[in-house]
Write a protein that binds this ligand. Structure first.
Ligand code: C2E
Ligand code: CA
Ligand code: CA
Ligand code: CA
Length: 279
């Protein structure tokens, strides 16, 4: 038992050292990475359940590190938040997403709605609405094809200021989505005070569909209530047909997940959509 304990401690210590190393290495490289644009966006299709047509996509950032290869956002978005570099990085994401929409259009592809994630520090930025407006104008994107994904906790930090900001976005013509719904503490009744249009049910609830009656009841009731409040519901992290069947039964409008596709680069996304419509 003693040696196991020792080994566990040892492994843990090594892990920690690795994490600290990664933290310093990535953190130090982030500024340069932004200057050199070592990032790409991947796009995950959003599928309308009634006909399984691709009706939208979510933009997800990846860091293509010159030595470490592809790094996932969970590993560097927190660092970018801490250092404030999320502000230039976040603007890059919005501009890149808008340009991608135009590139797809130039390729003869019917427009779809593209959503972008915001982080909390970015959401607190005073001139955020102006920045988004500027990028939309600069890239010529019609705002009805642009959506922002926000989390409950971002809105709760300063509710009144959030409401004002969301109204600012609504005036620009874009739509607003609540990401990871169900993981925070807010009720739908409270969330309706904010001018939002879409609710994304967190993938932890989708993962447990069919495995836990209480979980199923929560998902079913959430979708029913959201529908009656005129919110579009999208389920994230859909990985199986039986999850799709359950969500269909609950009148969920859209799904997103590995069952249909992983996030894809811009060109692969086009091939994916073209491949599906050819069937
Ligand atoms: P999120 O916004 O909740 O994004 C969904 C995550 O779930 C993505 O991970 C996606 O690849 C993954 N996913 C999609 N379908 C499935 C599935 O069927 N099963 C499972 N297990 N996972 C699935 P990713 O791309 O690693 O992004 C992680 C998080 O990083 C995002 O969570 C988001 O919070 C953040 N993020 C990503 N891109 C950006 C960005 O441009 N800006 C900001 N501020 N945050 C971003
Ligand atoms: Ca999201
Ligand atoms: Ca999410
Ligand atoms: Ca998330």
């Amino acid at each position: 038992a003693k040696s196991t304990g020792h080994n566990m401690y040892f492994v843990y210590e090594n892990d920690m050292a690795d994490n600290i190393d990664a933290h310093l290495t990535l953190g130090g490289g982030l500024r340069k990475a932004i200057e050199e644009e070592q990032f790409i966006l991947h796009y995950q299709p959003k599928i309308r359940l009634c006909d399984e047509v691709v009706v939208g996509a979510e933009a997800l950032i990846r860091w293509i590190h010159p030595e470490l290869g592809m790094i996932s956002p969970d590993q560097f978005i927190p660092l970018a938040e801490e250092s404030g570099l999320i502000l230039p990085l976040g603007e890059w994401v919005i501009r890149r997403a808008c340009r991608q929409l135009q590139e797809w259009r130039e390729a003869g592809f019917a427009p779809i709605k593209l959503s972008v994630n915001l982080s909390s520090r970015q959401f607190m930025q005073a001139d955020l609405v102006d920045m988004v407006e500027r990028v939309l104008e600069e890239t010529g994107v019609d705002s009805e094809y642009f959506e922002l994904e926000l989390t409950e906790s971002m809105l709760m930090a300063d509710a009144q200021q959030s409401i004002d900001k969301l109204h600012g976005f609504r005036k620009l013509g874009l739509t607003l989505s609540i990401d990871d719904f169900g993981t925070g503490y807010s009720s739908l009744a409270y969330l309706k005070k904010f001018p939002i249009q879409t609710l994304k049910i967190d993938r932890s609830f989708i993962h447990d569909l069919g495995l836990d009656c209480d979980n199923d009841a929560i998902v079913k009731a959430t979708i029913a209530m959201a529908n009656s409040l005129n919110l579009k519901v999208i389920a994230e992290g859909v990985e199986t047909r039986s999850q799709v069947d359950a969500l269909n039964g609950y009148a969920c409008e859209e799904v997103q997940g590995y069952l249909f596709s992983r996030p894809l680069c811009g060109d692969d996304f086009l091939s994916y959509v073209n491949g599906r419509s050819a069937i």
